[in-house]
Ligand binder design. Structure first.
Ligand SMILES: [Zn+2]
Length: 166
């Protein structure tokens, strides 16, 4: 018992470097998340990972939908039967309006694809005399909104379904 008392009263003989190491270890221990915090962090990371996967998949799905919309419709119909026919046959299923800017907005009444372009003087004259009902869509190169057209189907993104690790 007496020996123990003297033990605790002994001064600690360590170097400054050793003390620093000890402090560093202690601070490290204090900053380490406890098991409950670690689990909460893991759950949070997992939630964020799922959100990211969902965003990527939704982006792909909406691109695919846009692609299908633009490529499943010919924007033309047979005058008599009303059936969809290949481009170049029948009548365009379009309508539209001249915008305040002088550009034309043409829309397919079947698939809602929009074409916006600056008309030539002839086109504008025709539209002013007739209308945009059944007006043939312009080439995509002429369109001011050509970025909205997708020429190739979107590539399915590669996402990792492995759970996140802390
Ligand atoms: Zn269409």
């Amino acid at each position: 018992m007496a020996e123990r008392n003297t033990d605790t009263q002994k001064s600690l003989n360590i170097t400054y470097e050793q003390l620093q190491d000890l402090m560093r270890t202690m601070i490290g221990e204090l900053n380490r998340p406890n098991p409950i915090e670690a689990r909460a962090l893991q759950a949070e990371l997992e939630k964020e990972r799922r959100r990211n996967i969902l965003a990527v998949e939704l982006g792909y799905a909406s691109e695919m939908q846009r692609y299908n919309q633009q490529h499943s419709c010919t924007h033309h119909r047979d005058e008599k039967s009303g059936q969809s026919v290949a481009k170049g046959n029948g009548t365009p299923t379009t309508s539209g309006q001249v915008l305040g800017s002088g550009n034309i907005l043409l829309i397919c009444l079947r698939c809602s694809t929009e074409w916006i372009w600056q008309p030539t003087r002839e086109e504008l004259e025709y539209v002013n005399n007739a209308s945009l009902l059944g007006f043939p869509p312009p080439s995509i190169e002429r369109c001011l909104n050509r970025d909205q057209f997708i020429t190739k189907p979107p590539v399915k993104p590669e996402v990792s379904y492995e759970p996140a690790r802390v």
